[in-house]
Design a binder for this molecule. Structure first.
Ligand SMILES: C[S@@+](CC[C@H](N)C(=O)[O-])C[C@H]1O[C@@H](n2cnc3c(N)ncnc32)[C@H](O)[C@@H]1O
Length: 423
């Protein structure tokens, strides 16, 4: 049986999940919502600590930007000064690289502003208003799950979302009675596009004709660009009132339902700026894990780009956009984990851009480590898999020249980066 103890401690540092760390005689205790310098009283039964009282706040502590902070699981770090959060994210990158024996120049973290997130995954739940047996006027809960919980925090305002997504919360709540029985829950994926909100409803089964019509009316009433229904496998178009377009390098791309887009335009611009610097003088570029062309299309202004993407619909959307804009982009639909670019395919390239999902690009990096490609620009949403892959590349003869941390997910513990490696 773990022993429950109450302690008074000072927080020393912040761990990888964004929780304050106190070094106690019983060992390390992780305390959510604390910052270095906080004097706190806590309850602990081992490694996890629960904040009971803030006895003396640290000078690094600030008031949160949102009334839901602490309850909503969307944000972890609103109580910490921005400059400290940015320095901590940089340090996370440094420590993760050091674990793999890698050192390099690490730039200051690039900040992103509030009210800018252009995509979000929300949970919608229908519950009884007061007590499980009440029949009148069910309540709709829309928002993010509480930390490590299935409970939805009903979000009335969100300083992370951009204004159009924040304004859409009110309308999205109205979908509850249409889509849900009492105690039912679904996921809603929303992306803000030039044509308006692009909504993907994630739910198994066929919507049926009545619901299809209701959803089409909803789209028209609230001027959503598109509504899609994603079952177990494919997504079905329910209504499209305007093309859900995002521009990359000025080229309009009609996004497939649920396709990847960088969450923050400021972060996307920062990542692209570093990729562009790495691309200086390059004539032939491969953009791997290209998505809908966030890097391929802007880079086509300076070089011939071969874009490779594993999601068939995204590859198709990018190919169509490139063709219409007469951009110098060729597109290949290919699974890079099973069939990485190698040998002769890599021989002719001046630069490879990599932007894999969280799992990283191990197999592709093994092939690159054997290649003579002079420069690699690696965009990563997971410093741990990046460090693993960078180690492979460095062992293959690359020099890790520079890493720029990017705070794409404001107030979360999530760390992203862009790095340049050269032979
Ligand atoms: C982090 S996103 C980057 C997309 C794009 N570079 C951007 O910035 O918008 C990763 C992309 O890799 C694609 N992907 C995931 N696994 C893949 C694989 N095994 N082979 C090729 N592409 C893959 C995903 O579909 C997604 O579009």
């Amino acid at each position: 049986m773990p022993v429950v103890a109450e302690l008074e401690v000072t927080i020393d540092s912040v761990g990888a999940q964004g929780d304050g760390i106190a070094e106690t005689p019983q060992g390390r205790v992780f305390v959510p919502f604390t910052v270095p310098g906080d004097r706190v009283r806590l309850r602990t039964d081992g490694e996890r600590g629960e904040l009971l009282d803030l006895l003396a706040p640290s000078p690094q502590r600030v008031g949160p930007a949102c009334a839901h902070f602490g309850d909503c699981g969307g944000c972890d770090l609103q109580h910490w000064q921005t400059a400290e959060v940015l320095a901590w994210k940089r340090q996370q990158v440094e420590v993760t690289l050091a674990h793999r024996g890698l050192t390099t120049e690490i730039a200051a973290s690039v900040a992103t502003p509030p009210r800018e997130r252009r995509r979000a995954r929300l949970a919608l739940r229908r519950v009884a208003p007061g007590g499980a047996h009440s029949r009148d006027g069910d309540q709709m809960l829309l928002g993010f799950h509480a930390r490590q919980s299935h409970r939805i925090v009903d979000v009335q305002q969100c300083p992370v979302l951009n204004d159009r997504l924040a304004a859409a919360l009110l309308a999205l709540r109205q979908l509850g009675p249409m889509l849900l029985r009492r105690d039912g829950e679904i996921a809603l994926e929303v992306t803000d596009t030039e044509g308006g909100i692009d909504l993907v409803i994630e739910r198994a089964g066929d919507p049926g004709s009545t619901l299809r019509s209701e959803l089409a009316r909803f789209a028209a009433q609230h001027r959503f660009a598109r509504i899609s229904w994603r079952g177990e496998q494919d997504s079905e178009l329910i209504a499209m009132l305007a093309a859900p377009v995002i521009r990359f390098g000025g080229v309009p791309v009609e996004l497939p339902a649920g396709a990847f887009v960088q969450a923050s335009p400021t972060a996307e611009a920062a990542l692209l700026a570093e990729v562009r610097i790495a691309a200086t003088g390059a004539k032939r570029i491969a953009d791997l894990y290209a998505g809908c062309g966030a890097f391929a299309l802007p880079l086509a202004a300076q070089a011939a780009v071969h874009a490779v993407e594993g999601h068939a619909e995204s590859a198709k959307a990018l190919e169509k956009a490139a063709r219409q804009a007469v951009a110098r982009v060729t597109v290949e639909h290919r699974d890079l984990d099973r069939r990485p670019l190698q040998g002769d395919e890599l021989k002719k390239l001046d630069l490879v851009v990599l932007d894999p999902p969280r799992a990283g690009a191990r197999v592709q990096c093994e092939a690159l480590a054997r290649s003579k490609v002079p420069t690699i620009a690696y965009v990563s949403c997971n410093p741990a898999t990046f460090a693993r892959d960078a180690r492979l590349l460095v062992d293959g003869g690359y020099r890790l020249e520079k890493v720029v941390p990017v705070d794409q997910f404001l107030w979360s513990a999530h760390v992203e980066l862009v790095a340049v490696l050269r032979r």
